[in-house]
Write a protein that binds this ligand. Structure first.
Ligand code: GLU
Length: 467
C-alpha cells in the first residue's frame, strides 16, 4: 500500500556545515514535493548531542533559505525523545529488540562482519545497572529484503549481511536508523530521497517498518554520488564543499540551484538554464541518473556569469553595495557605483569579482611607465597619444561623455584617425586611466570616471613619463 499524498523530508544532521551534496538532496526533495503538490519537511536530526551544534543547524537553515528552498514544516529529533522511547520499549517488550553489551560494536560502524548477537534470544532481560548496554534489533535470519529504488531499480539485500544492528544507545538515545524510521513513519513520508551512501540503511529501516507492522512503506530514491573530476568521491581536495563558502565567494543562489540540479538530472534536451520555478515544473525524479555526477567548477562559473548578466543594475547594486563600502569606503555616489557595476559585470565570474576587479576605478594603482608602451612605441609616441587623448576628452560634450555607446564610437573613430594601429592611442590611454595591464576599455573607464578625473589621470601619466 502506498501513500496518497506526497510528503518528503530533508533530514540533515547538524554536525557540519551544509555541503553541496546535502544541498542537492534538499533541492531534489523540494522539487519533487513542488511538482506533486506535496509537502517538504525539514527534519533536523540532532540526536547526537555531542556532535550536533546550533551553529551548524543555523548554517543549514540559512543556506536553504538563501537557495530559496522553503520548507513547509520543521522538526527537531531532540524534541521527540519520548516518542522514540515509547517505540523502543514496544520492540523490547515484543521481543524484537534486545540489550547487548558488546560495546565495541555499539555504533555498528567500523567492525568487520555482521554481528548476530548471542544475547538476541534474551529479549526483555534488563541489564544490570552498571553495565553499559546498547539496544539492538533482532534481525530475522536468512531473508532477502527487496525494494524498488525509483532511480536504481530493484535492490535485494540479504539480512545475513546486516546482523543485529544497533538501534539505540539507551532508551533515551536512539540511533540514526531507528529515529529516522520512526519519524518517516509518524510523519507519513511517502518518498525518501537521499544520497546513495544510505542504500545500506534502507533494508534496516524496512525491517523496522515490518516490526511495527506498518502497511504503508515509503518509496526510495537514492541519488548518485557527487564525484570530482578524477572520478573519486567529491571532497575538499576537488573544491570547496560547504555551501556558505560559495555564497562568500560571490556565487548567486540561482546559479547554484541550476548547477546542482544537473548533478544527476537533465531535461533530456540541450536546454541548460532553469530557474527554480521552472524546475518545480520540469523536474522528473525517475530521470535522475544512476552513475556518479561530476562536479565541474567551470560549469558553475559559467552558470554564475550567466545569472550575473541576467540581473538588472538595481539588483546588482543591492548585492554589492555593502562590499563596495567595506572595500573602498563610502565616498562615492550611487550614480558612480551604478556605472562601475555596469562595466565590471561583463568581466565578472562572481559578485565578488565585480567588487575586487574595480579597485582601479576607485584609485589608480602605482604602475611603471614602461606599461604605457604599446608594441614598438617609445615614450615620445606615448606622450603624443596622451596629449591627443586629452584634447579629445576635453572636447567631449556632456551628453557624449554620459553615453557609453557614443564614447565607444568616438574613441574608436579617433584612434583610427590617430594611427592605423588603434592600440597606439588606446593602449597608453587605457593604462593611464587604469594603471593596469588588463582592465575595462578606455572609453568605458572615461564613462565611469567622467571627464575631470580622466584628465587628471592622464596628467599623472604624463608626469610619470618625464620622471
Ligand atoms: N541524518 C541523515 C544524514 O544526514 C539522514 C539520512 C536520511 O535521509 O535518511 O545523512
Amino acid at each position: 500500500m502506498r501513500h496518497s499524498k506526497v510528503v518528503v523530508r530533508f533530514a540533515p544532521s547538524p554536525t557540519g556545515f551544509l555541503h553541496l551534496g546535502g544541498a542537492r538532496t534538499a533541492l531534489f526533495n523540494y522539487l519533487f514535493a513542488k511538482k506533486n503538490n506535496g509537502q517538504f519537511i525539514l527534519r533536523i536530526e540532532d540526536t547526537d548531542l555531542v556532535r550536533s551544534k546550533k551553529e551548524f543547524e543555523q548554517d543549514i537553515k540559512d543556506s536553504l533559505e538563501w537557495l530559496g528552498l522553503k520548507w513547509d514544516k520543521i522538526f527537531y529529533q531532540s524534541q521527540r525523545k519520548e516518542i522514540y522511547r515509547k517505540f523502543l520499549e514496544q520492540l523490547l517488550e515484543e521481543g524484537k529488540a534486545f540489550y547487548c553489551n558488546h560495546q565495541k560494536r555499539a555504533a555498528d560502524d567500523g567492525f568487520s562482519g555482521p554481528h548476530f548477537c548471542s544475547l538476541r534470544d534474551k529479549c526483555g532481560e534488563k541489564p544490570r545497572f552498571n553495565d553499559r548496554f546498547i539496544i539492538r534489533f533482532k534481525t530475522p535470519r536468512g531473508r532477502d529484503i527487496v525494494f524498488n529504488d525509483i532511480i536504481r531499480g530493484r535492490i535485494t539485500v540479504n539480512t545475513e549481511t546486516l546482523g543485529d544492528f544497533a538501534i539505540a544507545r539507551s532508551l533515551k538515545e536512539p540511533l540514526y536508523n531507528f529515529a529516522a524510521m520512526i519519524d518517516d513513519w509518524q510523519m507519513k513520508i511517502s518518498h525518501i530521497i537521499r544520497g546513495e551512501d544510505h542504500i545500506s540503511n534502507t533494508p534496516k529501516q524496512i525491517l523496522l517498518y515490518e516490526a511495527f507492522k506498518v502497511e504503508k512503506l515509503p518509496l526510495y530514491a537514492h541519488l548518485p554520488l557527487i564525484l570530482g573530476k578524477d572520478y573519486s568521491k567529491m571532497s575538499k581536495r576537488h573544491g570547496d564543499t560547504a555551501l556558505h563558502i560559495y555564497k562568500q565567494k560571490g556565487f548567486l543562489p540561482e546559479a547554484i540551484i541550476n548547477f546542482l540540479v544537473f548533478l544527476g538530472w537533465n531535461p533530456k534536451n540541450d536546454r541548460e538554464i532553469f530557474s527554480l520555478q521552472e524546475l518545480e515544473r520540469e523536474f522528473i525524479l525517475k530521470d535522475v541518473q544512476k552513475k556518479g555526477a561530476i562536479f565541474n567548477l567551470d560549469k558553475l562559473l559559467w552558470f554564475n556569469r550567466n545569472y550575473i548578466r541576467k540581473k538588472n543594475l538595481e539588483e546588482l547594486i543591492d548585492l554589492t553595495r555593502e562590499s563596495f563600502v567595506k572595500e573602498y569606503g563610502s565616498k562615492f555616489d550611487l550614480a558612480f557605483l551604478a556605472r562601475v557595476i555596469e562595466i565590471e559585470r561583463e568581466r565578472a565570474n562572481t559578485i565578488v569579482d565585480i567588487v575586487k576587479n574595480s579597485h582601479y576605478l576607485f584609485r589608480v594603482p602605482h604602475y611603471s611607465r614602461d606599461l604605457l608602451l604599446w608594441k614598438e612605441m617609445d615614450f615620445n609616441d606615448v606622450k603624443r597619444a596622451l596629449l591627443y587623448a586629452k584634447e579629445l576628452i576635453n572636447k567631449l560634450s556632456n551628453t557624449e561623455s554620459d553615453n557609453r555607446d557614443k564614447l565607444k564610437e568616438v574613441f574608436l573613430r579617433e584612434a583610427g584617425i590617430f594611427d592605423g594601429d588603434r592600440g597606439r592611442l588606446l593602449w597608453p590611454l587605457r593604462v593611464a586611466l587604469s594603471g593596469l595591464k588588463t582592465s575595462a576599455s578606455p572609453f568605458e573607464i572615461v564613462y565611469v570616471l567622467g571627464k575631470d578625473e580622466s584628465l587628471s589621470r592622464i596628467d599623472k601619466a604624463l608626469a610619470i613619463l618625464i620622471t
